[in-house]
Design a protein around this ligand. Structure first.
Ligand code: FAD
Ligand code: SF4
Length: 478
């Protein structure tokens, strides 16, 4: 019997599907993923809520303009393979983006359903549907390898195996070019591997995306720090016709307050790299130790701070204080991450600013002195400026601290290729459309150009750069 088409009113009355999750008290004792994924029935029911808007506001909110109504319609028809194919026309890493993209600020924000029901929390859960079809594909025996055009004899060197480099590799290899990725670390994935924790992004997903590249014929060389082992000029002399720099923003920014070099104070980069990449949560079964602290203060209010705080809980902390100098509304972290952190017991110490660290005679941190703040007039960013409250100093007793207030660009490439122009913050200057740098044959994209940004923006720049590289190799025109 033919299925009766629902009216928009009926669709708006359908209940939002809640993705099952591990319970907070269970999940802080393991590193497994927190949200467990939709079943087929849930995904179809969620997709049925979509109104298939002709003006596609959700597509306008997506940085890579995925055909969102198109793939959602295919889910309602249970054509999951076709749905993932639609997403892959524009996105190379759907299983990653479905999990970590800030959809509530992008595609889901302008969604007509959310607007009609007067809450972005009730919008179609586009990210969760994207994750569902990506995971569905992964559960099938053979994921297909994209068609590779005839070999061109041209070679491209990609520096950095994060989302930007992975995207360029896939798009350039498809054109038939020889592609080699040089990655400094011993595992591929960039921040997806060393920064974002397993409980948010299982590493097998990142591994699979890189395996796909290898199956396409991309060569991935690990432990290759470009700038130390080879310079870009040497790579070009070796026969690479074009180079893409996707080295990210991996340089930690510190608070620069007294006592910051005491033992027990980590940059978020070091803490998360130990925990994720080196799997120190399994020490001594793995090689890298990490401090099993009981009282931990984390400084910052973004995703990196949330990931650090939630990791500290999983490593056995009794108290984790997230010290942030503004209010909760102004936290740059994804709402879902703040919600998960609070559910797990992270204490939000809002409107507080660290002044100095206090240590014992052996040089270990024992406390952090903070000052309370109140909100004043809006600053240049439009957010209300935090203003110190005189005489409000107090001490939080801690045995570890994690500084997660930002990351700057990796300096090695600009230092060893001075003919690549950079901004005063060290970000590589690249043309917005072609991602060409000031050096002929060299392109750059992702966090090394944008500053610490997002996976989808890094991927979007990778897409543009790959198009420009393919054109450059076809025509030779710079
Ligand atoms: P990266 O992912 O940084 O990859 C760069 C790679 O280059 C690294 O593997 C590095 O080892 C390598 N490299 C560096 N120098 C050299 C060299 N000289 N030679 C060879 N290789 C080199 N974004 C979101 O969208 N959602 C989130 O939830 C989110 N959470 C985050 C959580 C954390 C803890 C962090 C740190 C970032 C998070 N981000 C998130 C940001 C996002 O991960 C980055 O914007 C994105 O990974 C940038 O991609 P990229 O390819 O430019 O660089
Ligand atoms: Fe569907 Fe929302 Fe996009 Fe409209 S805006 S097509 S309801 S996802």
């Amino acid at each position: 019997m033919e299925k009766k088409e629902l009216t928009n009113k009926e669709r708006l009355a359908l209940p939002l599907q809640k993705m099952p999750e591990q319970k907070p008290e269970e999940r802080i004792r393991n590193v497994n993923e927190v949200p467990l994924g939709f079943t087929e029935e849930m995904a179809v029911a969620e997709a049925e809520r979509c109104l298939q808007c002709k003006n596609e506001p959700c597509v306008k909110g997506c940085p890579v303009a995925i055909n969102i109504p198109g793939f959602i319609k295919l889910i309602t028809e249970r054509k999951f393979g076709e749905a993932i194919a639609v997403i892959k026309e524009t996105s190379v890493l759907p299983a990653v983006c479905g999990r970590v993209c800030p959809q509530e600020e992008q595609c889901q924000k302008p969604c007509t359903v959310g607007k009609s029901l007067k809450s972005v929390d009730l919008a179609i859960q586009i990210g969760k549907l994207e994750r569902f079809v990506a995971d569905w594909e992964m559960s099938q025996a053979d994921a297909s390898v994209p068609v590779i055009k005839k070999e061109t004899g041209k070679a491209i060197a990609i520096i950095g195996c994060g989302p930007a480099g992975i995207t360029v590799a896939a798009d350039c290899r498809r054109e038939g070019h020889r592609v080699t990725i040089f990655e400094a670390l011993h595992k591929p994935g960039g921040v997806l591997a060393y920064g974002i924790p397993e409980f948010r992004l299982p590493k097998k997903i990142v591994g699979r995306e890189v395996d796909n590249l290898v199956r396409m014929g991309v060569e991935v060389k690990m432990n290759m720090v470009i700038g130390k082992i080879h310079t870009i000029d040497e790579l070009m002399e070796e026969g690479y016709d074009a180079v893409f720099v996707g080295t990210g923003a991996g340089l930690p920014v510190f608070l620069n307050i007294p006592g910051e070099n005491l033992n027990g104070i980590y940059s978020a980069n070091e803490y998360l790299t130990r925990a994720n990449l080196m799997q120190s949560y399994s020490f001594p079964n793995t090689d890298t130790p990490i401090l099993r602290a009981k009282n931990v203060a984390v400084f910052g209010g973004g995703n990196v701070a949330m990931d650090s705080a939630r990791t500290a809980l999983r490593l056995g902390a009794d108290n984790v204080y997230l010290v942030y100098r503004r209010s909760k509304e102004e936290m740059p972290a994804r709402k879902e991450e703040v919600h998960h952190a609070e559910e797990e017991g992270v204490k939000l110490n809002l409107l507080q600013n660290p002044l100095r660290f206090i240590g014992d005679e052996k040089g270990w941190v024992t406390g952090v002195e903070c000052l309370r703040m109140e909100l004043g007039e809006p600053d240049d960013s439009g957010r209300r400026r935090p203003v110190p409250i005189k005489g409000s100093e107090f001490v939080i007793p801690v045995d570890a601290c994690i500084v997660a207030i930002g990351n700057a660009s990796n300096p090695l490439i600009p230092q060893t290729s001075p003919d690549i122009n950079v901004t005063k913050w060290g970000n590589i200057i690249a043309d917005e459309e072609t991602l060409k740098t000031s050096k002929k044959g060299v392109f750059a994209g992702g966090d090394i150009v944008l500053g610490a940004a997002t996976v989808i923006l890094a991927m979007g720049q990778g897409r543009k750069a790959a198009k420009a590289i393919n054109e450059y190799l076809a025509t030779g025109a710079w």
